[in-house]
Design a protein around this ligand. Structure first.
Ligand SMILES: [Zn+2]
Ligand SMILES: [Zn+2]
Length: 280
């Protein structure tokens, strides 16, 4: 699961990415069938059709035009995968075309929202295009951690309330980008708070009390059990609050994958103590 860790700024051969992850080898948006990840291979070809994919000045938001060069763009295939990535618990990884089949890994993205715009297609006809607005996942994760530290985890809500907040659908609606950013951030915070509240001071992996008192109120780290990274909003049942030691073991230990499997079982039991178990 963690055999490839893409490093921002490094160059990768597209064919090697597909050898490992599968997915369409030509399209700009390519979803892996093997891992919960969607790749965006941003090229130079967009600009000539009246749009360009780019970061804002602060490099916090990335505007990306959907796929389809002729006629109205619709929510199928890649466009649908991007729209639903948060709810489907998939990572979005952004690569930029360089040369000789090399692509530079830029950042992980979290969808904030999208709008439709009028634009000319390749044949000179007016058509509707989808413009996605993504936030840098690393920026989002950082700001959420800072936010939580500022609040000293005093979100005084029940587990159920936190879970409801954490499951909020942030992709629809006609809110402004600013409003959507706030919603995505709140959802991210709620997921972290939910995991830590469920852990209740005990590591959800080794079941020992948390090892030290942190400035932020909890030294437990929120780990994503199914994805390649821990960034961005997600499903509250897919994360666990674990001590730094267990976290390092899962990501770097020789038995990391097995340890993660054990954790998945523990969380399933916690979430539903009456679930049916396979008997070997
Ligand atoms: Zn632990
Ligand atoms: Zn983790």
């Amino acid at each position: 699961m963690w055999s490839i860790k893409f490093v921002p700024g490094e160059y990768y051969k597209r064919s090697e990415i597909h050898d490992q992850f599968g997915g369409n080898r030509q399209r700009g948006i390519s979803a892996s069938a093997k891992e919960p990840v969607i790749f965006i291979f941003s090229g130079a070809s967009g600009a000539q059709y009246g749009y360009s994919d780019d970061w804002n000045e602060e490099k916090t938001l990335f505007m990306y035009t959907g796929e389809g060069q002729i006629g109205d763009q619709v929510f199928s295939m890649g466009n649908k995968a991007l729209r639903d990535h948060v709810n489907n618990s998939k990572d979005v990884l952004l690569f930029h075309h360089s040369k000789n089949g090399l692509y530079r890994f830029d950042d992980q993205l979290t969808l904030i929202g999208y709008e439709t715009k009028q634009s000319l297609d390749r044949e000179g006809n007016m058509r509707e295009v989808i413009q996605f607005v993504f936030e840098s996942s690393s920026y989002l994760t950082r700001s959420v951690e800072e936010e939580l530290e500022g609040n000293k985890l005093t979100y005084d809500r029940s587990l159920d309330e936190l879970k409801e907040l954490a499951l909020q659908d942030t992709s629809n609606g006609h809110d402004s980008v600013q409003m959507k950013r706030v919603k995505v951030r709140k959802r991210s915070e709620a997921i972290k708070l939910y995991a830590r509240a469920r852990a209740d001071g005990t590591c959800e992996a080794c079941e020992q009390p948390e090892p030290f008192e942190a400035k932020s109120g909890s030294s437990l780290e929120v780990h994503h059990m199914y994805r390649l990274s821990d960034g961005g909003p997600d499903h509250p049942e897919h994360v666990a609050a674990i001590c730094p030691n267990c976290h390092a073991r899962i990501h770097r230990g020789v038995d990391g994958m097995e340890y993660n499997e054990t954790l998945i079982e523990r969380i399933l039991d916690k979430e539903d103590p009456f679930r049916m178990k396979y008997i070997h």
